[in-house]
Design a protein around this ligand. Sequence first.
Ligand code: ZN
Length: 445
Amino acid sequence: MFRPLLSLALTAILAASSFAAAAPENAPASFDQLLRAMSSAYDAPPQPVAEDVLPAVEKALEGDPRLWITVAASTKEERTRLLEMGLSIEEVAPNSVSGIVHRDSLPAFQAKSVGLLASMPLAQFAVSAYKDFPAQDAAYHNYQEMYDRLKALEAANPDIASLFSIGRTVQGREIWTLRINSSAKGASPSSKPGAVFQGAHHAREHLSVEVPLLFAVWLLENRNNAEVRKLITTLDIYIQPMINPDGAEHDIADGKYKWWRKNMSTNSGSQGVDLNRNYDSWWCEAGASNSPWADTYCGPSAFSEPESRAVRDFVKARPNLRTMISYHTYGEMVLYPWGGKYEDIPDQNDLKVFRNLAQGMARLTGYKAQKSSDLYAATGDSCDWAYAEAGIFAFTFELTPKGGWGSSGTFYPGAGVIEKSVRDNVQAALHLLKYTDNPRRAAAE
Ligand SMILES: [Zn+2]
């Protein structure tokens, strides 16, 4: 019981003394100085991790009986109690703390009265600490952080939220799905009209993870709002923030963006298939490449990839699905089918539905609504397939930035764009949910 407190005290003393050494009392850093120091830290090139560091980190902690855990706590009293239970608190967030605990102490943290949000072997945490976003973009969620966030949402809303995987990636990662439904959990069927929100088919489009993930946070936080409650009780809502976690993790693996787009399949002499060219909608006919080294490689056959197959099987098993958004970056657009053909979809009534819903969502985000192929034709994308195969009103969003002159950032616009993108897109996603019960109502507007 005393040791963690002692070590915390020691840490505090060390921190205080090093601060005193760096900034003597008679020369305090001004606000501007402090800001400059922080900016220059952000501008510094990320430190590459030497090849041998990760295995060494892992080996050093192999068999170590300690775990890195995250526990709900929002008051100093709660944090104190956790210290007393044997947790060394290393990180404090507004509603949770993280730190190290011995596995023999774990059962106490698993008790119902304690909100254990996540746990992993210390070796795993130590390695993951080296694999992350560059410091200036630390606000973005990596795969583990996304999982922790979803898990915490499930834990905080056990009556209406459930977390399950729709399948595994090439490298064996689970493709996590948070379901919000007041009467069905996990993979069990529901006859309520369904809506799907997907992110990160493309690895480097990290903002496309934040938008659906934080929409889930928003929905559950506002679950008692009358309008939201109505949606939650009448619909079957699925949120899949990272369809391509292998690629997304690869893109940030050494703290330096790789501009990676595809999944992590091994081709002969190259790596990766463009998952949004791998669906069976005029597969590889236009706007996709047969060359395995190309960024838009369509793969050896339609649905050759476990990630696109997982989405296919998920959709086919749920005839109740009515609406879908697949988030991408960038361009600030709301796109509707066809993407693979220049023609309009043949059903004139459905075309009106697509146009009216897209325009409604465009008004709320400031994006531009258009037929996807007006941008360029691309076959094998998820939205064409979902509409053609299952009649789902499926939209591709190209998030911020807008691109072109006067727009900053491309796939990596920085953490500063997250807040506005999320706020605007919460409204657009809500707009679509209001029509999910019967999207064809939108034809009349
Ligand atoms: Zn994309």
